[in-house]
Design a protein around this ligand. Structure first.
Ligand code: OXD
Ligand code: MN
Length: 582
């Protein structure tokens, strides 16, 4: 018996499914599963003329987003999970959570989903096996990962797969747990049917478990999009960018270049997760471990993201959208007029109160259907990075773009990035939630050690990418956005890449290099000079508050924080003092 079969038998012995089905990922199998899911109501068909092969799924109303407070890192020692993660000891996990799996699959089928993260045969490639009692999970994993026979072939008799156990359980939030065991590299998820909690290849493996693997093996698992930017001279560059959830990563990754006629082309490599490793050439190489998108629908239209619209036009799973009586999906911000009659995301007639689609409604669609994919998106070697961006959503303080002085200063920039709370998030509106490298909910170990890992990476990079802060969300005194965003963000990306080439001019500020006057390509863009000035300005008073707030944030990590980061903070304050009035 192969190790994977032994493990499956053991889990089936505990969860007691009526039957066990190994998934091969084939077209025929998928058709069978979809038919079954349509019959049992897990999925329903959308209008097949406009959306061939597309289905709708509604989650339970109390189960519509990732539940960070029910997500745990279960390392032997609490300090190894660190101050930013919820921790439960492995013994408590056994005692409190494991009993929820006992007999939970009685009357259900247990599907065994073998999958690869990263292209088969790539040095980046890793293997996972998820067992689940949800056909919705199987159908999504088939799109999001390289699932089925290819993974079984790669697996052979190996033991080094990441096992993940998922059961929808009874969907009670009181019995919902998303557990990660970074030391033994395994995952348990119970009581949820929402994507981010149950597609165990995504946040659970590709970020939380993979970040711990990366620490031990000398690479990085990051919450980053990857895009390809081609310049008019034919030079091709790759950019990885970390932004907290809901900052438009998918839109940036799939951007349509408004400067394509001038030879500036953008193509997509990934929209959410990047695995990064130093190459023998001293550059940092990146791969997208996923093979599909699980993107937010509200606000997605032909105007904001035409490549996404084309990607989910067919063979997609739409979750928690509204529908017309004909089964045409609808969400706030979709193209065209709002249809007069809608069934809302809960399945009730929409009465005009509140959003018709859930604000976190999603599409799951294959990257192969995305018109903007780069020909290199599945390159087994990955793509070499010229630029790393750390983004935040800030109405003030952060300039549009600022280049870090060096690697250490770049790690400091990433470690201190944050977003202002919006009404949609918990906490006080306007206060800043620090979200280092956009990994706050996704780092599988102590973030202080994670910063140290980032710092040490430099020793293996003789040609490191340049690092930048970016902020598309700066506003004027009346609350209006100063920067047009979306495709126009390419102008900041061009400047970053031209810095890497040693071409673009910069002006030094206490918090990094910002574009010198006229060094940003603003061709055809209507933007006022004073808006541009504010976008590129460094407000000393605001930055003093910022550094004080960062100091408080760093204190959370105690002695474990690498001393380089406090040194960077001190130096930032000294530069602010020295350049008073500048
Ligand atoms: C996501 C997230 O779903 O970051 O990608 O929340
Ligand atoms: Mn994400």
């Amino acid at each position: 018996m192969k190790p994977v079969e032994r493990w499956v038998e053991e889990i089936a012995g505990e969860t007691k499914p009526d039957r066990v089905v190994y998934c091969d990922g084939s077209e025929a199998e998928n058709e069978r599963f979809i038919k079954q899911a349509l019959d049992d109501g897990t999925l329903s068909l959308l209008d097949q003329k406009q959306h061939p092969g597309c289905t709708l799924h509604r989650t339970h109303q109390n189960d519509v987003a990732r539940t960070e407070h029910l997500t745990f890192i279960s390392s032997k020692k609490q300090e190894d999970a660190g101050p930013t993660n919820n921790w439960m000891s492995p013994a408590d996990a056994r005692a409190r959570v494991w009993p929820l799996f006992r007999g939970v699959m009685k009357g259900r089928t247990m599907y065994v989903v073998p999958y690869l993260l990263g292209p088969a045969g790539s040095p980046f490639c890793r293997i996972g096996v998820e067992v689940t009692d949800s056909l919705y999970v199987v159908a999504n994993m088939r799109i999001m990962t390289r699932m089925g026979q290819a993974a079984l072939d790669e697996l052979g008799s190996r033991e080094d797969f990441v096992p993940g156990i998922h059961s929808t359980g009874d969907l009670s939030p009181d019995r919902r747990f998303i557990m990660h065991f970074p030391e033994e590299r395994s995952i348990w998820s119970v009581g949820s049917g929402y994507g981010g909690n149950v597609l165990l290849g995504k946040k659970c493996f590709a970020l939380r478990i993979a970040s711990a693997m990366g620490r031990d093996e000398g690479w990085l698992a990051e919450h980053m999009l990857i895009l390809e930017l081609t310049l008019p001279d034919g030079d091709v560059h790759y950019v990885a960018a970390a932004f907290p959830s809901a900052c438009g990563k998918t839109n940036l990754a799939m951007m349509v270049s408004p400067l394509e006629h001038l030879g500036y082309k953008v193509r997509t490599v990934g929209d959410d997760i990047a695995w990064l490793r130093p190459g023998s050439d001293g550059r940092l190489w990146a791969v997208n471990p996923e093979s599909g998108f699980f993107g937010v629908l509200p606000g997605t239209s032909a105007a904001t993201n035409p490549n996404a619209v084309e990607t989910f036009r067919k063979n997609a799973i739409l979750t928690n959208v509204a529908v017309t009586p004909e089964g045409v999906p609808w969400w706030e911000g979709k193209d065209g007029a709002r249809p007069p009659v809608l069934t809302d995301w809960k399945g009730s007639p929409w009465n005009g109160e509140g959003p018709a689609a859930h604000p976190n409604s999603r599409f799951t669609a294959s990257a192969r259907q995305c018109p903007s994919m780069s020909p290199r998106w599945e390159d087994p070697q990955g793509v070499p990075l010229s630029v790393i961006v750390f983004g935040g959503r800030r109405a003030s303080v952060l300039p549009l773009v600022a280049q870090a002085f060096d690697w250490e200063n770049g790690v400091f920039a990433g470690a201190t990035i944050g977003s202002e709370m919006t009404v949609a998030a918990f906490g006080k509106v306007g206060t800043v939630r620090r979200d280092p490298m956009a990994m706050l909910p996704f780092c599988g170990y102590n973030m202080a050690d994670y910063f140290g890992h980032w710092l040490r990476m430099k020793d293996r990079l003789s040609r490191p990418p340049l690092m930048f802060r970016a902020n598309w969300f700066r506003r004027d005194a009346d609350g209006r956005y100063l920067w047009p965003g979306f495709g126009q963000n390419i102008r900041a990306l061009i400047w970053m890449v031209e810095r890497f080439q040693g071409k673009a001019e910069a002006r030094e500020t206490p918090v990094g290099f910002v574009p010198a006057p006229k060094s940003l390509n603003l061709d055809g863009l209507d933007i006022r000079d004073d808006a541009l000035e504010t976008l590129l300005s460094v407000d000393h008073d605001a930055w003093r508050h910022e550094t004080a707030d960062i100091r408080l944030f760093f204190q959370k990590f105690g002695d474990r924080l690498p001393p380089e980061l406090n040194r960077q903070l001190d130096e930032t304050e000294r530069r602010l003092d020295r350049s008073e009035g500048f």
